[in-house]
Design a protein. Structure first.
Length: 131
């Protein structure tokens, strides 16, 4: 599994900057959960707060997210996904799908479904991760 993961990471990095993986994680979390505080993003993704801050700053500079005052607690900010962020998220997802197709090209459609079922079972058997 480690070798396949490494190969997948190499294939992914061929077409996108290394920062795209962290960008994807943050953007996908915002797309799934809606606006979140930076602390919530860190807890959800298991990221150090300094790392979250770096990703959020980068995404903010490119207009892919914006910071707003949290209406429930005006002392803190929340991070909001923008249309540009949704577009970038779709680009990363498209690249990721192409990498997955390349990585799994030696498997038949049936074998791909079987692999997906086994990986899902493996993940479901693990302790629930914090949300």
């Amino acid at each position: 599994m480690s070798k396949v993961s490494t190969l997948g990471a190499r294939l992914f990095a061929r077409g996108l900057p290394l920062t795209a993986r962290a960008d994807y994680a943050v953007l996908a979390a915002l797309d799934d959960r809606g606006p979140l505080s930076q602390a919530d993003i860190g807890r959800l993704l298991g990221m150090d707060r300094n790392d979250v801050n770096g990703v959020v700053n980068r995404l903010d500079k490119t207009g892919r997210i914006r910071r707003e005052t949290d209406p429930a607690d005006r002392r803190r900010n929340i991070v909001v996904l923008t249309d540009a962020g949704l577009t970038y998220l779709a680009e990363i997802q498209q690249h990721s799908d192409a990498v997955q197709d390349e990585l799994l090209s030696s498997l038949t459609a049936s074998e791909r479904r079987q692999l997906q079922a086994l990986l899902t079972k493996l993940l479901d058997g693990q302790a629930q991760q914090p949300a």
